[in-house]
Design a protein around this ligand. Sequence first.
Ligand code: SAM
Ligand code: SF4
Length: 364
Amino acid sequence: MTSAPGPRAGDRPAESEARPSGPDARSGTGALIDRYGRTAIDLRVSLTDRCNLRCTYCMPAEGLPWLPRGEVLTDDEVVRLVRVAVERLGITEVRFTGGEPLIRPGLVDIVARVARLTPRPRLSLTTNGLGLDRLAAPLRAAGLDRVNVSLDTVDDERYARITRRRRLADVRAGLAAAATAGLRPVKINAVLLRGINDDEAPALLRFALAHGYQLRFIEQMPLDAQHGWDRTAMVTADEILAALSDQFTLRPDPVDRAGAPAETWLVDGHVDSTGGPARVGVIGSVTRPFCGDCDRTRLTADGQIRNCLFATAESDLRTPLREGADDTDLADRWRAATWPKRAGHGIDDPTFLQPHRPMSAIGG
Ligand code: SAM
Ligand code: SF4
């Protein structure tokens, strides 16, 4: 239950003296290593900044100024950059996200092409679940391994209040289709909001257990477009665990967390869809940061590399890509973008600055 050890804001970079300017230029091969010695193996690819929901903690009711079409990477460009990451940079996990990735027309084809890369990366998708009832089987056939479906409440009225759309039944259908298609374990991501669904942790867990889904709570982060996040109002990991422990017996999960952001607990007396012990997870991004173990790198829908969800700087790969850069050049730029990654997100630091892009445009 402790936060991961590792660099803290203000720590000295481990290798700064040995490699003052970052990775060797024109190396062409080698992993995505940062100056604190962390290696990125998990790539989050945002396929669009657009969305068909308007979750209050993510974007305003009227939506956002979407990226112009011409700035969004084409399917070929996405696959090219993912190929460079897999073949040259040691990426072994690729997660497609957004915005809402299911509304990207070329999604199934992109998944199929990425699934044919060597070495084949593990492929997953984070989605709000709308349309998953239709797309789960084709995505599975294309090579998708797993899905995370975002669902913050099992109450129709609350769902409409949180997402500003009345679509809970569609999400439930999407979850069921994902399980039927074999995208297991089906995971649910839930964010609790003070005064709206902060009492719903046990009900969400009962729902997940009843259907064999794996539930993870995520602490709300300062990534909303409206800048409405309030540290004093957020529902913390401790509160979530206390609420769950009132109604369930939780035991620390003996399985090593292995760098995963979620701390997991076994739920006594319950089994999951595979017959093993049921688990529930909590991602305490704010109160239990795991930056010291971070193994992620991000590609935005418009071809920018972000070495951290909370990075305030990005590295442009789209321009060199469109100007004819070769794979070696793209890989070197990606490595150089990784090297200066900060020790931690610094949310609790008085000088913390929320990133310019909201979560929906970064890719959550
Ligand atoms: N539209 C897809 C979805 O909702 O799953 C993918 C993109 S969404 C930005 C990815 C995840 O980020 C969702 O699970 C969502 O709940 C979460 N998220 C969005 N804004 C957040 C915030 N301010 N704090 C914590 N999680 C957030
Ligand atoms: Fe859309 Fe996902 Fe943001 Fe909700 S959390 S508005 S579904 S991008």
